[in-house]
Design a protein around this ligand. Structure first.
Ligand code: MV4
Length: 604
């Protein structure tokens, strides 16, 4: 086993991996950006090193700097988590050249699965059913028309070859929509992956997203840990995941399990991986393989009892998998809700900010994987997912009741999260009936009912007076982090300490049901007539003109931030009297997007 592992990630997944290392008796090395100096993963690791400034390109994606830290710290292996460098074949190769173990599959498997057309070709050759369509890139719209007319038919999905997770995915319902879909997918492929190549698939009208967890070692053992259903997603962001999948019985599980292990074996896979697929009318089609541990691995852990992260580390150290396929038993039902700093009532707009009071749910069958605590700052620079709430119970119905109980216990103040959204979803008949809830989560009127209440009261000031206190400081010496304690009088200026006293009612959580609509909390301050930007980013679209009459919830602009398109909607009805933004321009958090004045007296 390794004696020291570097975790090339941040947030909840870095903490998750630190926990696994601790249990395996492995010393840990954290890395962090300037924005993450006070992050939990940094405090928790045995050693921590600064990578650089906030932008991921200068920190968590900086391969050269990470290799420097590996050599400085003497780490023997690197766990990449998910995102950042997890599926970067060049990184896996660079580690190999440095004599460092990459805790994940061989670079060749990452590469093979990274190109979606190559993956489809390989899977087809291995006897894995793929969604009917092309395995070769389609060069022109005329070529596409010909192939669709002769084989696929409409509706057709146009997907970017470099894509994945829904990026660069367009649908053409009929031939007259093909040009837009083709060009849109190519444009997005170019923008996100530097590759405008596209391919075609038959568009399945109402599939479920079902994915199979696989694990493989370097001794030829490949097993599957059953499936997860991740159909509840918005704009290709998964929001809720569960295991087992409601639509999969034992017979189908054995069938898709075999498909998944065949797929993994075909690329000589090792470690933890996921075969993503579509299930429609009992038929299963391979979509893509994610060559990493996934956000939603936890629900599989809960129903199998297997620690997927520890198993991945063991396999990377050359050990055999500790379980065989026949030993595996599924027990009960697990559900995961992603707790994102987002406002569902505002089209899931990012809602970065600082957490006030923070308390996680506990009790039977409850697990929280998080990377935050009281006083944590959620920056718009990184992923808005701050925690995952996972529950287990004997069946789906009881797991749902337990999820509702746990969501009610979650206390987070001063930060808007998806907790009210999950409370609402879990209480619907659609969820109870195991439907995909696709229409519901696009239903603006329904989402608007999840609006947050305006903050109540002003915070009380609690002044510390001259008593000597013990204060912990962190110093960086040559980029390595050390914790020091200083005992003496507090600073008059009062450096912010964790957990400034919360005031008034919690913004979310408690036992409170989701609030009804009532304006309030317009995201990013402003208030009144001003619609302020909740995020920093680039203006992609402006959907209204100055002087326009808008309804509350009308689309005003689309802001691109962190490669995500965020819709900014009107916080109230009225006339757009100011519109100080233009396409291509940039906005900072809190900048005015628009000023909307009401003709008649407003209700507020
Ligand atoms: C599809 C599809 C229909 N037909 N491909 C791709 C990425 C993943 N986020 C969902 N993706 C889809 N690919 C073809 N050929 C429909 C989806 C899809 C989806 C599938 C199952 C459950 C929910 C979904 C939500 C959006 C898109």
């Amino acid at each position: 086993m390794f004696s020291k592992v570097l975790i090339a990630n941040r947030g909840e997944i870095a903490v998750r991996i630190l926990r696994a290392c601790e249990e395996l008796g492995i010393a840990t090395v954290a890395v962090y950006s300037e924005l993450d100096r006070d992050a939990l993963h940094v405090k928790r690791a045995d050693e921590a090193y600064l990578l650089g400034p906030g932008p991921a390109s200068e920190s968590y994606l900086n391969i050269e700097k990470i290799i420097e830290v590996i050599n400085q710290s003497g780490a023997e292996a690197v766990h990449p988590g998910y995102g950042f460098l997890a599926e970067n074949a060049a990184f896996a190769k660079a580690l190999e050249d440095n004599g460092t173990v990459f805790i994940g599959p061989p670079a060749s498997a990452i590469e093979a699965m990274g190109s979606k057309t190559r993956a489809r070709e390989l899977m087809q050759a291995a006897g894995v059913p793929i969604v009917p369509g092309t395995t070769e890139p389609v060069q022109t719209i005329d070529d596409a028309k010909k192939i669709i007319d002769e084989t696929i038919g409409y509706p057709v999905a146009v997907k970017a070859a470099g894509g994945g997770g829904g990026k660069g995915f367009r649908v053409a319902l009929s031939e007259d929509k093909l040009k837009d879909a083709f060009e849109g997918a190519a444009r997005e492929g170019e923008k996100f992956f530097g590759d405008a190549t596209v391919y075609l698939e038959r568009y399945l009208p109402d599939p479920r997203h079902v994915e199979v967890q696989v694990m493989a070692d370097s001794h030829g053992n490949v097993i599957h840990l059953g499936e997860r259903d991740c159909s509840l997603q918005r704009r290709h962001q998964k929001l809720v995941e569960e295991a087992p999948a409601p639509a999969v019985d034992e017979k189908l599980r054995a069938k898709i399990g075999k498909i998944a292990t065949d797929a993994a074996a075909a690329v000589n896979y090792t470690g933890a991986g996921t075969i993503e697929g579509l299930l429609q009318d009992g038929e299963y089609f391979f979509l893509e393989m994610n060559t990493r541990v996934q956000v939603e691995h936890c629900v599989t852990e809960m129903v199998t009892g297997i620690d997927i992260v520890k198993e991945g580390i063991r396999v990377a150290a050359g050990e055999e998998l500790s379980i065989a396929q026949d030993d595996l038993e599924l027990r009960g039902h697990a559900i995961e809700c992603r707790i994102n700093a987002e406002d569902a009532s505002k089209n899931f707009a990012p809602a970065p900010g600082t957490i006030g009071h923070y308390r996680e749910p506990t009790g039977p069958g409850v697990r929280v994987d998080s990377g935050v605590g009281p006083g944590s700052e959620i920056t718009p620079m990184y992923d808005p997912m701050v925690a995952k709430l996972i529950v287990w119970d004997v069946d789906r119905e009881q797991a749902t009741a337990r999820m509702l109980r746990a969501l009610g216990e979650y206390e987070i103040t001063e930060l808007k999260t998806l907790i009210p959204f999950h409370q609402a979803i879990m209480a619907t008949q659609q969820w109870a009936d195991a439907e995909t809830c696709r229409d519901l989560i696009e239903d603006r009127a329904w989402l608007k009912e999840l609006a947050f209440a305006p903050p109540a009261g002003a915070p009380e000031e609690t002044e510390d007076e001259g008593e000597p206190v013990e204060q912990s400081y962190t110093v960086e010496v040559s980029g390595k982090r050390f914790d020091v304690k200083v005992i003496g009088p507090p600073f008059a200026g009062g450096a912010a300490v964790n957990g400034s006293a919360p005031a008034g009612a919690p913004a979310a959580g408690g036992r409170r049901p989701p609030r009804r609509a009532g304006g309030g909390g317009g995201g990013g301050g402003g208030g009144g007539d001003t619609l302020a930007s909740p995020i920093q980013g680039t203006v992609l679209k402006v959907e209204v003109e100055s002087g326009a009459e808008v309804q509350e919830g009308a689309l005003i602009a689309v802001i691109e931030a962190m490669k995500m398109e965020n819709e900014i909607t009107a916080h109230k009805a009225g006339t757009v009297s100011e519109l100080p933004i233009s396409v291509g321009g940039s906005v900072a958090t809190g900048d005015t997007i628009a000023v909307i004045t009401s003709a008649a007296a407003s209700e507020e």
